[in-house]
Design a protein around this ligand. Structure first.
Ligand code: PEP
Ligand code: MG
Length: 582
C-alpha cells in the first residue's frame, strides 16, 4: 500500500480499478487533405509536437532518476533517439508533399511501416525497440491531436482514470457513471480540468507528479478528492476507513441539501445572492438541485470545444434560451467566450503560445475576431426575452477594452432592433475583475458597467505570478495571501462606492472559511460550483453579519497567508464545526 499526496481538485471519495489512460489508448487519427500552402504549417505542427514530446520524456527521465536512480531513467534513451531522428522528419516532409494529407496521418503511417519492418527483423536489438518506438508514436500523436477522448467515450465499466494530464475539453466528456474519479500528474486546484470535475461531481486529485509511474493498470485505488490523497493497493483497514468516510460525506451532503429552499441570509437577516457556475446547459438541473438562485457564471467557451466548426448563432441562441428558461425568474450571467489559456479552440488549430494564460485569450480574442464575437452577442440578446439574462466580459484589463466591447454590444443591439428582432428591454452588462490592472482601476470601470464579478481564479494567478495549472508552484497559489485580500476588499469597496453590485465567481467564493470572510467584506453575490453552494449557504446561515465583519477586521491585521488561514478556520469552527475537518 502506498499513499500519494496531490492537490484536491474535486471533493468526494471513490474506490475502483485504475485505468492507465496513456498506456492503453489507441488513437483514432482523422484524415484531412491539405493544400500546398498548408505544408509549412503542418511541418511546424510536427516540430512542435516532437519538441513537446521530448520535453515530456526528459521530464519523466528526470523524475525516474530522482526517485529510482539513473539506470531506470535510461530506458527512455531510445525514445529520445527516435524523436531526434532527422531521416524520420525528412520522410514525413516528403510524405506531406506527395500525399497532401494532414501530418498526423503521414507521421502515423510512416512510423507504423517502420514498426512492421522492425518486428520482422532478425536483429534482436531492433525488435526490442518496437515497443519504445510505438510509445513515441502514440505520445507524438497525442500531442498532435491533444486528445484522450476516444477511450473516454468507449469505457465499458466504471474505472478510475489515471493520466499525466487531461484537458478541460476531455474532462467535459466524462460520464459520472463510467468514471468514478480521476487523478493526474499535473494541474492545479483552479485549472479548468479541476473545475469541470467539480461540476460533474467526479472526485479528482491533480498535481500528483508521479501517479502514472507509481500506479499500474488494474491496481485498486482509493481517491480522496477532498484531502487530495490517493491510496494504491490499500490494506483492508484503509478500505473500511474510507467506506466510513464515504458514508459520512454522503450524510453531510444529504443534510446540506435540506437547506436547498432556505434563503442565503445571516442570523440577523443580511442576505446575499447565492448562485452557481456552469460550463454547459446540461448542468442546470444540478444548479437547481443544489438550491442556487441562478447562474452567476456560464462559461460559454465550452460550447466552442470538442467540435470541428464554430457554434452557429442559432445553436447558441438555443443553448442560452434553454438555460434562461430553466433558471428564471433568477438571473443567468452569460460570460462571453473565454477561449485560450487552457481552453483551446478546436476549429482554429491555433499554434501553441509560450504563455497562453497571458496570451491571445478571452476578450482579446473576441475583440480581434468581431465576426465571431458578434454572433455570440446576437444569440445572447435574442435569448434575453426568455428569462433574465445578464452579460459579462472576461479578462478586461482596462477602460479602452471595456469601451470597445460595449461599443460592439451597442451596435449589435441596434442591428437587431433595426431587423425587428425582439430583445429584452434591459440586459445588464458587467465586467469580470480578474486582472490586477482592472482591480487597480476599477473605479474607472465601475462608471461604465452595471456590476462586477471578481474572477479570483485568474486574479490570484496574475497578482501572485503563480500559474494556476502548474503543480510545482501550487503551494504559492494562496487565496489568503494578504495581497489578494486587499485587492478583493478594494474591488468590493470601490464597487459599492460607485453604487454597483459586486459578485465573485472564482472558486474562492465556494470555500467555506473564505466565504465567511467574503460575507464580512460585503460581497453581494457568491457564485461557485453547484456542489459548493449548500456549503456556502450553511456558513452564511450560521453567523451574524456583525461576526463576519469582525472576522474581516481581524484578518486585515494579519501578515501571512498561514496566519489568515488558521484564523479563518478557527472562526468557522466556532459557527459551523461540522464543516471543519479535525
Ligand atoms: C476566474 O478566473 O476566477 C473565473 C471565474 O473564470 P475562469 O475560471 O473560467 O478563468
Ligand atoms: Mg478567469
Amino acid at each position: 500500500m502506498i499513499t500519494l499526496k496531490g492537490i484536491p481538485a474535486a471533493p468526494g471519495v471513490a474506490m475502483g480499478n485504475a485505468l492507465f489512460l496513456d498506456d492503453s489508448e489507441e488513437l483514432l487519427v482523422p484524415k484531412r487533405t491539405i493544400m500546398e500552402e498548408q505544408i509549412p504549417g503542418e511541418v511546424l505542427r510536427l516540430e512542435e509536437a516532437l519538441i513537446k514530446t521530448r520535453h515530456q520524456i526528459l521530464d519523466i527521465q528526470k523524475r525516474l532518476s530522482d526517485d529510482l536512480g539513473q539506470e531506470h531513467a535510461e530506458i527512455f534513451n531510445a525514445h529520445i533517439l527516435v524523436l531526434e531522428d532527422q531521416s524520420l522528419r525528412e520522410e514525413v516532409i516528403n510524405g506531406l508533399k506527395t500525399q497532401r494529407l494532414n501530418v498526423e496521418v503521414i507521421f502515423n503511417d510512416i512510423v507504423r511501416r517502420h514498426l512492421k519492418a522492425f518486428s520482422r527483423t532478425e536483429d534482436e536489438y531492433l525488435r526490442e525497440r518496437t515497443a519504445d518506438i510505438n510509445d513515441v508514436r502514440k505520445r507524438v500523436l497525442r500531442n498532435l491531436l491533444g486528445k484522450h477522448t476516444d477511450l473516454l467515450r468507449e469505457l465499458r465499466e466504471p474505472v478510475i482514470i489515471v493520466a499525466r494530464d487531461l484537458s478541460p475539453s476531455e474532462t467535459a466528456q466524462m460520464h459520472k457513471q463510467k468514471i468514478l474519479a480521476f487523478i493526474t500528474d499535473v494541474g492545479g486546484r483552479t485549472s479548468h480540468t479541476a473545475i469541470m470535475a467539480k461540476s460533474l461531481e467526479i472526485p479528482a486529485v491533480v498535481g500528483l507528479v508521479s501517479a502514472t509511474q507509481r500506479i499500474r493498470k488494474g491496481n485498486f485505488v482509493i481517491v480522496d478528492g477532498t484531502r487530495g490523497e490517493v491510496i494504491v493497493d490499500p490494506d483492508p483497514p484503509s478500505v473500511t476507513r474510507y467506506e466510513v468516510e464515504q458514508r459520512r460525506q454522503h450524510e453531510l451532503s444529504r443534510q446540506l441539501l435540506q437547506l436547498k429552499d432556505l434563503a442565503a441570509e445571516t442570523l440577523d437577516h443580511h442576505s446575499v445572492r447565492l448562485m452557481a457556475n456552469i460550463e454547459l446547459p446540461g448542468e442546470v438541473p444540478s444548479v437547481i438541485a443544489h438550491g442556487a438562485n441562478g447562474v452567476g457564471l456560464f462559461r460559454t467557451e465550452f460550447l466552442y470545444l470538442n467540435r470541428a466548426d464554430f457554434p452557429t448563432e442559432e445553436e447558441q441562441y438555443e443553448a442560452y434560451r434553454a438555460v434562461a428558461e430553466q433558471v428564471k425568474p433568477h438571473a443567468v450571467i452569460i460570460r462571453t467566450m473565454d477561449l485560450g489559456g487552457d481552453k483551446f479552440l478546436s476549429p482554429l488549430q491555433l499554434p501553441a503560445e509560450m504563455n497562453p494564460f497571458m496570451g491571445w485569450r478571452a476578450i482579446r480574442f473576441s475583440l480581434a475576431r468581431p465576426d465571431i464575437f458578434r454572433i455570440q452577442l446576437r444569440a445572447v440578446l435574442r435569448a434575453s426575452v426568455h428569462g433574465h439574462l445578464k452579460l459579462m466580459y472576461p479578462m478586461i484589463t482596462g477602460l479602452e477594452e471595456l469601451r470597445r466591447a460595449n461599443e460592439i454590444f451597442r451596435e449589435v443591439r441596434q442591428e437587431l432592433t433595426t431587423e425587428g428582432v425582439p430583445i429584452a428591454e434591459k440586459v445588464e452588462v458587467g465586467a469580470m475583475i480578474e486582472v490586477p490592472s482592472a482591480a487597480m482601476t476599477c473605479d474607472l470601470l465601475a462608471k461604465e458597467v452595471s456590476f462586477f464579478s471578481i474572477g479570483t481564479n485568474d486574479l490570484i494567478q496574475y497578482a501572485l505570478a503563480v500559474d494556476r495549472v502548474n503543480e510545482k508552484i501550487a503551494y504559492l497559489y494562496e487565496p489568503t495571501h494578504p495581497a489578494i485580500l486587499r485587492l478583493v476588499k478594494q474591488i468590493i469597496d470601490v464597487g459599492h462606492a460607485a453604487n454597483i453590485e459586486v459578485g465573485m465567481c472564482g472558486e474562492m467564493a465556494g470555500e467555506p472559511p473564505l466565504a465567511l470572510l467574503l460575507l464580512g467584506m460585503g460581497l453581494d453575490e457568491f457564485s461557485t460550483s453547484p456542489v459548493q453552494v449548500p456549503l456556502v449557504k450553511r456558513v452564511i446561515r450560521a453567523v451574524e453579519y456583525s461576526f463576519a465583519k469582525s472576522v474581516v477586521e481581524q484578518v486585515l491585521t494579519l501578515r501571512t497567508s498561514k496566519e489568515v488561514e488558521g484564523f479563518l478556520l478557527a472562526s468557522l469552527k466556532q459557527v459551523a464545526p461540522d464543516l471543519v475537518e479535525t
